[in-house]
Design a protein around this ligand. Sequence first.
Ligand code: AMP
Ligand code: GLY
Length: 425
Amino acid sequence: MRILLIGGGGREHALAWKLAQSEQVTEIFVAPGNPGIAELPKCACVTLDLNDLDKVADYAEANSIDLTVVGPEATLVAGIADVFKGRGLPVFGPSKAAAQLEGSKAFSKNLMAKYAIPTAFFKICEDIETAKAYVEEKGAPIVVKADGLAAGKGVVVAMTKAEALAAIDDMMADHKFGNAGARVVLEEFMEGEEASLLAFTDGKTVVPMIAAQDHKRVYDGDEGPNTGGMGTYAPAPVMTDVLRLKATETILKPVVEAMAAEGTPYQGCLYAGLMIKGDSIKVVEFNCRFGDPETQVILPLLEGDLAEIMLACATGTLADVNVSWSNKAAVCVVMASGGYPVSYENGKEITGLDAAAADKDTVVFHAGTKAVDGKVVTAGGRVLGVTACDENIRAARDRAYAAVEKIHFDDNFYRKDIAWRALKR
Ligand code: AMP
Ligand code: GLY
């Protein structure tokens, strides 16, 4: 099987790493890929203009690609799956219409309301006056969300009315997120513990993965501004087997059925961000793709052939595939550039990568790196996702941090408390 993988971050490194383990897979072309991906067996990094989806499909056709796997949401929301399907090319990832589950928070909230899928109460506001009046009426805490894609930054959990009103001004008057903030969703503040539950689906069959937990805040103790994710672990103990089954039956399956009923079947990876309190589970958000860095801890625990599962999703035969999981645990520690998520410098040389990866249960996924004159240098805020597997979370965490200590680049920082919630239990 020849695969084309779109993307070049830590998530795509983990996808390429797992796909390369499949006996069926002969070659993986990754656009644009990264220096970590370039070193994997069977993988080659290629340059494609991802703004020209017809050209990407031309490339797939010309190179006899059997399956295209799409990492980033922006390419899915732009409609890559529609272009490929229209030309008879198998693709893993939802159509443009189905990707609206992530692309528009108003769309996903309306869908959940229509199909009685548990989520926070909400109001969709098209203008500033309505939004501000709603905040005055409801008070704080309240959550203000830009409707469209904002690279994970379009959500403000406002603990005071003033913060909420300022967020509305930022989004709707000052256009901080461009068109994404032209419409906002105001949401009831939910208390509880968050977990990410991702699922494979072909539009009919839904197969949940192992639940993961992400640390979104930049500093230890879950303090400081939100980031793309500073570290993850799986399985997340908060998601017991009973809760995972409940989430599958009350959220994942109903959403996939709802999308089919709406005439926009959902195929690919469905990511549910969930808030858990006692035995109540509500949806925080949906994403139309794998999580980053959730993927880095979920895929190492997948037993079986990722290429086979993904092809089955693309061709509607997921019911015929057996998906099983290891009973080990995985922890990913993100090493970031000093100053992230606000501002940081690129181009710092990274050393110790080989020493860190010498342990067979450790993988260093590249998130923001670049090869320059035979050296690997930093090229992003989140630079590496150092991931280790072991018998339990504590052992996996210790193994991951042991690898982190072998890696160096100037001004690097990382959280020292990844998985603290799991270990506190
Ligand atoms: P989202 O991009 O929708 O996942 O929101 C980013 C983060 O904001 C989530 O991971 C939560 O920590 C927080 N958040 C979003 N919506 C709510 C809510 N209704 N109640 C409490 N926290 C929320
Ligand atoms: N780690 C959060 C996300 O991928 O959206």
